[in-house]
Design a protein. Structure first.
Length: 276
């Protein structure tokens, strides 16, 4: 198996969910062994921010990366999930501000565009790191664990911790052999609980949010209608793929419950210490 980059570049724009500003990203093909790299092109000269676990600087309601000069880029997880989910190893992502667009709260816009422009197989072999022993991290009642495996697979549980009467626990599974990222995971949208909205806005978050950008879980019903019966757990899985893309490609069987960006990134650090 060989490394891949996108065959042609493309540009997408949309609202940044937290700042409310219009944001634009452009994905470019990249040389082998580049990995995923963000460029803040709103500053001159542009600032490079590598998508590596060591650059994580904030995990409140999204994953934020920071370079050594203090420049940040946030809401990277959906784009990184699409890149990793669509099998792209090397890409440069230009962004014209501090936050990537939310689109509809899923990864569909980016994943579909990657599928449309196609990929280029490069002349350098792709390698996978391997896990030698079980790894587990916990935070409150939430956990993530990984087991040695010859492939990468995910099992993620969404727990109905808010005890909403009509909502049940959900479990979603995914691997790249039996499932298709573009149709099975990419369409799953981000969500928040109605009771959280005022608090989040008081903290300067979700300033650009609307029902066009994700799901609101109310005490009596969900708006808008779900795309999957288990869309909440599928989105948790989508986020996990994106956050774990901060590490080099690896093989492991991953199981999680009550996951968050904080837990995902703590787990990614622990994984990296146990991958060879």
């Amino acid at each position: 198996m060989y490394q891949k980059t996108i065959l042609n570049g493309f540009t997408l724009d949309g609202i940044a969910i937290h700042s409310g500003n219009l944001s634009e990203i452009t994905l470019h093909s990249a040389q082998p062994n580049t990995g995923i790299v963000f460029r803040r092109v709103d500053v001159d000269p542009y600032e490079i921010i590598e998508a590596k676990i060591g650059n994580v600087s904030n995990t409140e309601r999204c994953t934020q990366l920071k370079n050594k000069h203090g420049y940040t880029v946030s809401m990277v997880e959906h784009t990184m999930s699409a890149v990793r989910g669509m099998g792209i190893d090397n890409v440069i992502i230009d962004v014209n501000g501090e936050e990537l667009p939310i689109f509809d709260g899923s990864s569909t816009h980016i994943a579909a565009k990657i599928s449309e422009v196609g990929h280029l197989q490069q002349e350098v072999k792709k390698t996978y790191l391997h896990l030698q022993q079980k790894v587990r991290v916990e935070h409150g009642n939430s956990f993530l664990e990984a087991y040695p495996s010859s492939m990468i697979s995910y099992c993620v549980c969404f727990k109905n911790e808010h005890k909403i009467a009509y909502l049940s626990d959900q479990i979603s599974n995914f691997n790249f052999i039996e499932n298709d990222y573009l149709t099975d995971i990419a369409p799953a949208r981000t969500f928040c609980f109605e009771e959280e909205i005022m608090y989040l806005r008081s903290k300067g978050l979700i300033q650009g949010a609307s029902l066009e950008h994700g799901i609101v879980v109310g005490n009596k019903e969900i708006h808008p209608n779900l795309r999957f019966h288990d869309e909440l757990s599928r989105h948790k899985l989508l986020d996990l793929i994106g956050d774990l893309a901060l590490n080099p490609s690896f093989h492991a069987k991953i199981i999680g419950s009550g996951t968050s960006h904080y837990l995902n990134t703590v787990f990614a650090r622990e994984l990296l210490n146990n991958l060879i």
